[in-house]
Design a protein around this ligand. Structure first.
Ligand code: AMP
Length: 218
């Protein structure tokens, strides 16, 4: 099964993608994570992307499409993948269609996680992750079981994304509305769009996604 998770920053795409990866054996392909890894390793793509990410704008389409085109060919994607953060523009969506057609693959569903803008800034500013294993948390909605200790690996070092600040979040939200929202009618017209309520509790969102995917093909 090949899926896209679509939604504004802070909608919970990464959280749900991680859960789907664990439950359905799919690979999570987060373009944000790939770009942050490229920045950390100071690669050519990382040097292009760093100032763009810090400003909350979008990295050029050709860079993103080439990145996903290559990544989908890796053996771990053979059973299916969840695109988390890609496509983000109509040009990327059209290029993805071409890439998948060329590889004789297809998208089974695009899941929209619908969330009102009002709650996103609060959600994003509470996010943090384990500096060692990358497990994601939220001060209010998903704290660690033991204060200051990662549930998954026991590390006591945590980090926050530099672009998770109020000013950059506003630019990221504007980019979502202007450049990514047009993908909703694009995928609705193709009959693959499923919408879930991204404002529900995390387990409830997972249940809604399971229900939406359970209706596939049937
Ligand atoms: P994310 O972790 O998905 O919120 O992505 C963090 C940042 O990486 C975004 O604000 C963009 O600057 C960049 N980025 C991630 N995915 C894409 C994409 N598909 N197209 C353009 N820029 C992207």
């Amino acid at each position: 099964m090949n899926l896209v998770l679509l939604g504004p920053p802070g909608a919970g795409k990464g959280t749900q993608a991680q859960r789907l990866a664990e439950s359905d054996g799919l690979v999570q392909l987060s373009t944000g994570d790939m770009l942050r890894a490229a920045v950390a390793s100071d690669s050519e793509i990382g040097r292009i992307a760093k100032p763009i990410i810090e400003a909350g704008r979008l990295v050029p389409d050709d860079v993103m499409v080439a990145m996903i085109d290559r990544r989908i060919d890796e053996p771990d994607c053979a059973n299916g993948f969840i695109l988390d953060g890609f496509p983000r523009t109509l040009a990327q969506a059209e290029a993805l269609d071409d890439v998948l057609r060329r590889k004789s693959r297809r998208l089974d569903a695009v899941i929209e996680m619908a969330v009102d803008d009002g709650v996103l800034v609060e959600r994003i500013s509470g996010r943090f992750s384990c500096a060692n294993c990358g497990a994601g948390y939220h001060r209010q909605f998903r704290p660690t079981a033991e204060e200051g200790v990662c549930d998954r690996c026991g590390s006591t070092e945590f980090k926050q994304r530099p672009d998770d600040n109020e000013e950059t979040v506003k630019t990221r939200l504007a980019a979502y509305h202007a450049q990514t929202e047009p993908l909703l009618p694009y995928y609705r017209d193709r009959g693959v769009l499923k919408t879930v309520n991204g404002m529900a509790a995390i387990d409830e969102v997972t249940a809604q996604i399971d229900t939406a995917l359970g209706t596939l093909g049937g």
